[in-house]
Design a protein around this ligand. Structure first.
Ligand code: ATP
Length: 256
């Protein structure tokens, strides 16, 4: 049996008078790859913010790696890549290597210099995301998709067990989205890193995710990918709020 690394029990959350999450219960196990899908305004980012401890639930409980959220101290076990990471302009004065190394500050502290070992770790994670050859280049000179890979490397630098991403493929073209997801699949399967990914790409990511959660203020479905695929498009459309037709995608070079 896998251990739960995220456990939400009966979590609700309101922004002042407006209920954004309504009695959410969800368990995410180690090494699982979850796609969290739902229409605009369905509470996906709010749910991530609850998991990240940025927002406190109005009611219910959150456990991370078995510890109650309120006493959870192992922040380095969670890597986070936000929606807007990949928007540096070309003049931004930092190299790819510097950006990735800055992901180690939580471990090394702000005022200790970086060691050779830190640099090796940064190069190692750049290799994992296929960006090693860009190490000396300025971050702003890279495409949105390349920048996003660098930010994933940054999130991986501290060796997290869980990677949380909020729509990481916004602004990346379709061809590169497929190879981006293939890279995530590799991270999940070969490196055992659990992934929780918010996305609007209801077809593509569910080819790779091991589990899917469908959210629209409350959870309408959560379970393994094969059960999600068996669901009727009409049933998905009902909770999504508009017609949904899923298309099967053949992913490039998916590791089995
Ligand atoms: N800071 C805030 N103050 C008040 N209401 C908010 C705030 N942030 C989000 N909301 C509301 O909470 C609900 C859920 O928003 P949330 O951003 O979590 O949805 P989402 O599924 O991530 O949306 P999207 O797919 O558009 O990014 C929406 O109705 C939104 O308007």
């Amino acid at each position: 049996m896998t251990n739960n690394i995220i456990q939400l029990d009966d979590v609700s959350f309101s922004y002042e008078q407006s209920l954004a999450l309504d009695h959410i219960s969800l368990q995410i196990g180690e090494g699982e790859f979850w796609a969290l899908i739902g229409p605009n305004g369905s509470g996906k980012s709010t749910l991530l913010n609850i998991i990240l401890g940025i927002l406190k639930p109005s009611s219910g409980s959150v456990k991370l790696f078995g510890d109650d959220m309120r006493s959870f101290k192992q922040r380095e076990r969670i890597g986070y890549v936000s929606q807007k990471s990949n928007s540096f302009n070309s003049g931004f004065p930092a190299t790819v290597l510097e950006v990735v190394r800055s992901g180690l500050t939580r471990k090394v502290g702000l005022f200790r210099g970086f060691t050779k070992k830190d640099e090796q770790r940064a190069m190692e994670v750049l290799r994992i995301v296929g960006m090693e050859r860009f190490a000396k280049q300025n971050i702003g000179e890279l495409s949105g998709g390349q920048q996003q890979r660098v930010f994933i490397a940054r999130a991986l630098a501290g060796k997290p067990d869980l990677l949380i991403m909020d729509e990481p493929t916004v602004g990346i073209d379709q061809q590169n989205v497929a190879s981006f997801y293939t890279m995530l699949n590799h991270l999940n399967r070969e490196h055992g890193i659990a992934i929780v990914l918010v996305t609007h790409e209801i077809d593509l990511v569910t080819e790779l995710a091991t589990h899917v959660a469908c959210l629209n203020r409350t959870i309408h479905f959560h379970g393994v990918q094969s059960d999600y695929k068996k669901m009727d498009d009409d049933d998905i459309s009902k909770w999504y709020g508009h017609p949904v037709r899923r298309v099967h995608h053949q992913m490039p070079e998916v590791q089995q």
